[in-house]
Ligand binder design. Structure first.
Ligand SMILES: Nc1ncnc2c1ncn2[C@@H]1O[C@H](COP(=O)(O)OP(=O)(O)OP(=O)(O)O)[C@@H](O)[C@H]1O
Ligand SMILES: [Mg+2]
Length: 273
């Protein structure tokens, strides 16, 4: 579904040259939920902008369904990191969520239905008539998520979408994303700097090195598909996987890859008696 090949992005201007992303190659299968973790400033947002057709790569390419991305692809929605800037302050919540649907050939009744469903799924039915600036940061972020869901994308890109919400809401939203992913079979690329979140949500975790960025490791998350906040997070396998990701990120910061030893050890270890 998503094919990133040799992606490189160098920002130039104002006498400054920043090689944000050096060489990224990975794929995401149709209907897969992949999490991307990496240290702050390693180019995660840059990568998502290239995938979303909002930035042109310096080298390499992004393909979606075999077609090269040259602008924002149809059937894709993005939830940005800076949610405060992604909602229109002069539009009510309902209108913000409805706006992208106007590009689609839908009846007004169908649009209203999609908006209501999306707002209900993020628990914001009561806020439909409010303006974004009347809501808390976490609520605004849920509006941005609702807008992406209402659009019914085939591919959903999310850039640290829960960074500004409280822990309880965050847990609920994580479950919401996994639930929607399982129901609707959307392809999701989810960026986070939270290791636990990456392991809890993902079927696979891509660990990025620090800048200039390459893929440090790809880790399959072999936890059962049925996950819940109470049991999954205390499962021994969850702890092993998060420890591994943590060590990889530390190694990425030092610039020395950890050998695959740990993953092999983990998979070779017989279950406790
Ligand atoms: N428009 C821009 N012009 C110049 N440099 C930029 C621009 N956008 C980002 N950069 C630089 O590119 C690098 C990667 O930035 P990016 O925002 O992609 O990182 P990130 O991994 O998303 O960070 P964070 O985890 O803090 O969100 C940084 O060094 C940043 O300063
Ligand atoms: Mg970012």
């Amino acid at each position: 579904m998503l094919d990133v090949r040799g992606l490189k992005k160098v920002y130039e201007g104002s006498g400054r040259r920043v090689e944000a992303v050096r060489d990224l190659t990975f794929t995401v299968d149709a209907g897969e939920l992949v999490c991307l973790v990496g240290p702050s400033g390693c180019g995660k947002t840059t990568l998502l902008k290239c995938v979303g057709g909002l930035l042109t790569p310096t080298a390499g390419e992004v393909l979606i369904g075999g077609r090269r991305v040259t602008g924002p692809p149809p059937d894709m929605a993005v939830v940005f990191q800076e949610y405060g800037r992604s909602l229109f302050p002069w539009m009510r919540v309902r209108e913000n969520v409805e706006l992208p649907l106007k590009q689609k050939k839908l009846t007004a009744a169908r649009r209203r239905e999609l908006v209501a469903d999306a707002l209900a799924s993020v628990g914001l039915m009561d806020a439909a008539g409010a303006y974004p600036w009347q809501l808390s940061g976490g609520m605004q972020q849920r509006v941005a998520i609702a807008r992406a869901l209402a659009y019914e994308p085939r591919v959903l890109l999310m850039d640290e979408p829960f960074a500004a919400v409280d822990a309880q809401t965050r847990a609920d939203l994580e479950d919401l994303v996994r639930g929607l992913w399982r129901q609707r079979g959307i392809t999701i690329l989810f960026v986070t700097h939270d290791i636990d979140e990456a392991v809890y949500l993902g079927e696979r975790v891509l660990i990025l090195s620090s800048s200039p960025t390459v893929v440090q490791e790809q880790l399959k998350v072999d936890l059962p598909a049925d996950r819940d906040q109470l049991h999954t997070r205390v499962a021994p396998r969850f702890a092993e996987l998060r420890t591994h990701v943590y060590e990889q990120i530390q190694a990425a910061k030092r610039g020395t890859p950890v050998a695959d030893r740990l993953v092999k050890d983990l998979t070779d270890t017989p279950p406790p008696q």
